[in-house]
Design a protein around this ligand. Structure first.
Ligand code: ADP
Ligand code: MG
Length: 494
């Protein structure tokens, strides 16, 4: 199995996806910006062209008026030298220059007849279509060597209609190229350059950002891999205060818990094997002695058999307690809650437990409050808890002492059951630990009461399952009190 994904698919890595989205976003915004800009330029161009067109029409009309005046004058006074064709041509050139346009006079077929001589770029003939317009307006067209132009054509033909003279047109041509911002204009070139710079900057930024985001993730995934492969001391550095820092913190916390649970498990296995080996060794030793026939006398033989029996019982108890604990741990312990009358239940239990106490020379008493309401609970689990507590009290109280089982209602509304004894008690520093698995005060005192240290651990688990709480109080030398508080109507899990 390989966790660090190879780049089989281009967008499988977070970094590539991040980069792609970032760039796509940038490109999109540049595109929108560019299109809007182009649209506005186009609109402005159109406005400029319209304006230029109507201006040109006006100017052409004025020019035509001038020409017609000059023409009629020249017809009336043919001898006046300042009105000859030469002069007309000059007039045309001059007026054209004034408005930065080309003005020509053409005949019916479109042949240019004035001014003469013509500049090389100027066409010798114009398309007759351009002249057909009766109404004065500017047409846009393209003329070889002149490029894109606006053309206004006006008839100079009053005389022609009267049958004297020829039909002429005045044609004014003006280039439109310099009017509008073409795609290749300086402005658009700068704009494209700016867009390119923006794109490059965002690529660099995107690379940096994607690294910034993915590097710590990479480190985390490496650490997770190491942890999964047994490096339980693996931690990651937490920097900053963002989501990734949170993730790193949680990773460290998880690693801490995994390490702790691994340690506990190791200790648990060591404890279990110790608790099982001790009785097994006794059983093995004593049965071997019996088999070898080294035991003299019926008395001794009986004593040995009793030891074997006791150790077997102890083994059985440890195994059953372990089994119960593991069932609870796995969430497989099924409760059977039912209404229970505490009075009857505790009286019955006391009858069962009294003989054991009295055998040890202890006084056993039951102390129940006047009113004890019914409680919803699992009586088997509760019996197991209380039996454990009374067993402990009997075990750790020397003969002549007293064990009391009592029940009362506490102000919170819970049922309080207590087991008190007048035994040797528990040192304050151990009081908290008696509920831990395998913990025994005696282990340090190296006294053996035949216990495993699982009894109270199991009690705590069971009471918790029942929705209650268990606590211990003790004064060394005077005795101990174990208290179980149970809600009357608990909410059972599951
Ligand atoms: N009533 C008590 N008086 C004194 N010590 C007690 C009492 N109950 C429990 N303990 C201490 O708590 C330890 C844990 O108890 P428990 O879990 O029942 O284990 P076990 O009874 O198998 O030794 C005991 O070994 C004992 O040291
Ligand atoms: Mg016990």
């Amino acid at each position: 199995m390989r966790l660090q994904g190879g780049g089989k698919h281009l967008f499988r890595s977070l970094r590539a996806r991040f980069l792609f989205h970032f760039l796509a976003l940038t490109a999109l915004s540049l595109l929108i910006f560019g299109s809007l800009f182009a649209y506005f330029i186009w609109r402005e161009n159109r406005r400029l062209l319209d304006q230029a067109r109507s201006e040109l029409v006006e100017q052409a009309k004025e020019m035509a008026d001038d020409l017609m005046t000059a023409l009629s004058l020249s017809r009336r006074y043919p001898e006046a030298s300042f009105l000859n064709l030469e002069r007309l041509a000059q007039l045309l050139r001059l007026e054209g220059k004034l408005i930065n346009a080309l003005s020509l006079v053409v005949d019916r077929e479109g042949t240019v007849i004035a001014p003469r001589p013509l500049a090389p770029r100027v066409p010798r003939r114009l398309d007759a279509d351009l002249l057909a317009e009766a109404e004065a307006k500017a047409q846009e067209t393209e003329i070889p060597r002149l490029g894109k132009v606006m053309v206004v054509s006006l008839p100079l033909d009053q005389q022609a209609q009267e049958g004297q003279g020829e039909y002429f047109n005045l044609v004014v041509i003006k280039g439109t190229g310099e009017l509008v911002a073409s795609p290749a204009s300086t402005l658009t070139r700068y704009l494209a350059l700016a867009g390119l710079v923006a794109l490059v900057v965002s690529v660099v930024l995107a690379l940096y950002l994607s690294n910034y985001v993915t590097r710590p993730l990479h480190r985390l995934s490496q650490a997770a891999w190491d942890l999964a492969h047994g490096d339980l001391d693996r931690r990651v550095e937490v920097s900053g205060d963002d989501e990734i820092a949170r993730l790193a913190e949680h990773f460290n916390y998880m690693a801490e818990r995994i390490a702790r649970s691994a340690r506990l498990q190791k200790e648990f296995v060591a404890n279990v094997s110790h608790e099982i080996r001790t009785p097994l060794t006794s059983i093995e030793g004593f049965s071997q002695a019996l088999l070898d026939g080294v035991v003299e006398g019926e008395e001794d033989r009986k004593r040995y058999l009793e030891i074997i029996l006791r150790e077997s019982g102890r083994l059985k108890r440890v195994l059953s307690q372990l089994l119960s604990l593991s069932r609870i741990d796995a969430g497989a312990w099924v409760l059977h809650p039912a209404p229970l009358s505490p009075r009857a239940f505790l009286q019955g239990l006391a009858e069962k437990l009294r003989p054991r106490a009295e055998e040890r020379g202890l006084e056993f008493s039951l102390d129940l409050a006047e009113v004890l309401p019914e409680v919803e609970t699992d009586s088997d689990a509760l019996e197991q808890v209380l039996t454990n507590l009374v067993d402990n009290a009997v075990k750790f109280t020397p003969p002549g002492g007293k064990v009391t089982l009592s029940a009362d209602l506490i102000p919170g509304g819970d049922l309080r059951i207590q087991v008190r004894d007048t035994g040797k008690g528990i040192p304050p520093e151990d009081l908290e630990r008696v509920f831990e698995r395998f913990f025994r005060v005696e282990r340090s005192r190296s006294q053996d009461h035949g216990g495993s240290g699982l009894g109270l651990a199991l009690c705590r688990e069971l009471v918790t399952l029942l929705g209650g709480r268990i606590s211990a109080w003790s004064e060394p030398g005077r005795g101990s009190v174990f208290t179980v508080d149970l809600p009357l109507r608990p909410l059972f899990r599951g």
